[in-house]
Design a protein around this ligand. Structure first.
Ligand SMILES: NC(=O)c1ccc[n+]([C@@H]2O[C@H](COP(=O)([O-])OP(=O)(O)OC[C@H]3O[C@@H](n4cnc5c(N)ncnc54)[C@H](OP(=O)(O)O)[C@@H]3O)[C@@H](O)[C@H]2O)c1
Length: 390
């Protein structure tokens, strides 16, 4: 048993640390695996969910669902282009034969009997209709934005704000659901909050300025980004993205209060662009701290961040929440995005910045379809399973 008796302010983390080792062993027996559904299984985030779940020690893919277009086909046929016959498969890892043979159901008429958790990987307008139906009986972990801004809905980020999971009980009671909805943040917010959390805790934050260069997979398959538009180019606007980053950062780094979350009070100003990179969101971040520090201390706090969470030993967790690079030519999407299973956030180019009071700047890289979407959702599910929320 892993028993950490050091002081941690989050009581749930202490209880989980004591609990996770026996749970790990228990769930690894396949008869004990939780049965999961992946909705939106044919899309980019859905395919990453399939890959993250198909050999999972705690979860078993029992149901796949997508739109009417895919319903009634096997998964192999649903991901095959009808005109060309090409397999529209996204991930580096192949889908298993078992998954390829599974039928794809119509998400609108899905029967969730016997399902322990739904991974919802659909667009927000679809999620708004489907997810409350699912949540009546079953916990839903969602990559969509539909419910992110509601008072009783936490936006959970591994290692950052897991104490916000407390809101799930309030949500259940308030809405009369047996399940709940817990969304991930927008994939651009994920790396940003992971790097800001240790800075907020150690030095306080006055303001944040961020410019992103986001991978094209972040736009999904439909409507996606046309190669003709993006190759040899940078697109300077992503509809709605900057507002999402500002709002979600405040909520995730905020405090639990009676019935909701009080947003962190510092302003976040973002410019979000799309770059000619397939996977990986790069962000140039300027932060004004409340208390002065040195580059060495700044980097040390990032390097150390999240060790209590990593020690929980959850199957999809990275070895490091943040990987700090000293080489000024890193991080780079092609070289770094897949390190540590695509689950670590890379930080490089840490410097002081004279234009801001107590200013620092750095470059981060986060894998948008792994930590930023499906595999991040699986990591949250592992935490919630260990904490008896599932
Ligand atoms: N891509 C990323 O990096 C990323 C990162 C974080 C969050 N997200 C979020 O994840 C969600 C999915 O994004 P994506 O990039 O995977 O999109 P995508 O590639 O366009 O896939 C969309 C999926 O939704 C299904 N779908 C469409 N209409 C439906 C309906 N009426 N009922 C049920 N299923 C329906 C599609 O099924 P068919 O094949 O049958 O049409 C497909 O499986 C979005 O909310 C997005 O914001 C994406």
């Amino acid at each position: 048993m892993l028993v950490e008796l050091r002081e941690i302010d989050n009581a749930r983390v202490i209880s989980l640390t004591m609990f996770v080792a026996p749970l790990n062993t228990a769930l690894e027996g396949s008869r004990m695996k939780k049965r999961v559904a992946v909705v939106g299984a044919t899309g980019i985030a859905g395919q990453q969910a399939v890959v993250a779940l198909q050999d999972h020690p705690w979860f078993d893919i029992a149901l796949l669902a997508a739109s009417e277009r895919s319903a009634g086909k096997t998964y192999a046929d649903a991901i095959r282009d009808e005109k060309t016959g090409a397999r529209r498969w996204w991930c580096a890892q192949e889908p298993s034969d078992k998954v390829l043979r599974l039928p794809v159901h119509n998400a609108a008429t899905l029967n969730l009997r016997g399902i322990d958790v739904v991974f919802s990987c659909v667009e927000s307008d679809v999620a708004r209709i489907l997810e409350p139906e699912f949540a009546r009986t079953t916990p839903v972990i969602s990559t969509a934005s539909a419910f992110r801004y509601e008072d009783d809905v936490p936006i959970l980020v591994p290692g950052v704000n897991l104490e916000h999971a407390h809101l799930l009980e309030i949500q259940r009671k308030r809405r009369g659901w047996q399940g709940f909805i817990t969304p991930l943040p927008n994939c651009t917010t994920t790396g940003l909050v992971i790097t800001l959390k240790p800075l907020l805790d150690c030095f306080g934050i006055e303001r944040v300025l961020m410019t992103s260069l986001q991978g094209i997979s972040g736009a999904g398959r439909s409507p996606g980004v046309l190669a003709l538009d993006i190759v040899d180019n940078i697109i300077p606007y992503i509809v709605g993205e900057e507002e999402k980053v500002a709002r979600e950062t405040g909520k995730i780094l905020g405090r639990l209060v009676e019935g909701g979350i009080a947003a962190a009070p510092f302003p976040v100003s973002a410019t979000c662009t799309r770059a000619s990179v397939i996977e990986g969101h790069t962000e140039s971040v300027f932060v004004s701290l409340e208390r002065a520090t040195s580059v060495g201390e700044f980097a040390a706090r990032l390097r150390e961040f999240g060790q209590d969470f990593i020690r929980l030993g959850l199957p999809s967790a990275p070895q490091r929440m943040i990987t700090v690079h000293d080489d000024p030519f890193r991080p780079q999407p092609r070289l770094d995005r897949d390190a540590d299973g695509g689950m670590t956030t890379h930080v490089g180019r840490i410097r002081e910045d004279a234009a801001l009071p107590r200013g620092f700047k750095y470059v981060l890289l986060s894998h948008n379809t792994k930590m930023g979407a499906a595999k991040g959702a699986v990591l949250i599910a592992e935490y919630l399973a260990a904490e008896n929320y599932l």
